[in-house]
Design a binder for this molecule. Structure first.
Ligand code: AMP
Length: 125
């Protein structure tokens, strides 16, 4: 999968301040905001500010500072929203066509507040 970053994607536009977002937490390298179409009582997106497309792109190419900041911010959100001490949660990152990634800027979804079902639907054969 190519790691060619499209700077017109909607999260790039959020980072440039061109469209609004409901920010949960912002740091030097990371932004977290509420998903516009929440799939659970808690549905927060965590994105790096750098131009990374997918999990593997970010994991391979981000600086140590970016990697640490991203994960510490996600952990802070879990603590802030009370889900770290709650009944559990799920962190998801979709990539590419098979992952059904809609926005080609790396992000994780943090979902909590209800039973979340199976991880992946079984394929119909
Ligand atoms: P993915 O399919 O993993 O790329 O998920 C993209 C997510 O971004 C979806 O859950 C959308 O509801 C969410 N989304 C799209 N546009 C916005 C926006 N302007 N603000 C907040 N969330 C958004």
């Amino acid at each position: 999968m190519a790691h060619i970053y499209d700077p017109t994607n909607i999260f790039a536009r959020i980072l440039r301040g061109e469209i609004p977002n409901k920010t949960v937490l912002e740091t030097a390298n990371t932004l977290a905001f509420h998903d516009i179409h929440p799939q659970a009582p808690v549905h927060v997106l965590v994105i790096p500010k750098g131009p990374y497309v997918t999990f593997d792109h970010f994991a391979a190419k981000a600086t140590v500072e970016e990697l640490v900041d991203f994960h510490r911010t996600a952990a802070a959100i879990c603590a802030m929203l009370g889900i770290a001490s709650g009944d559990g949660y799920r962190v998801i990152s979709n990539a590419g066509v098979n992952g059904m990634q809609e926005v080609p800027h790396y992000h994780v979804h943090i979902l909590a507040g209800r039973p979340l079902g199976r991880l992946v639907e079984r394929a119909v054969t």
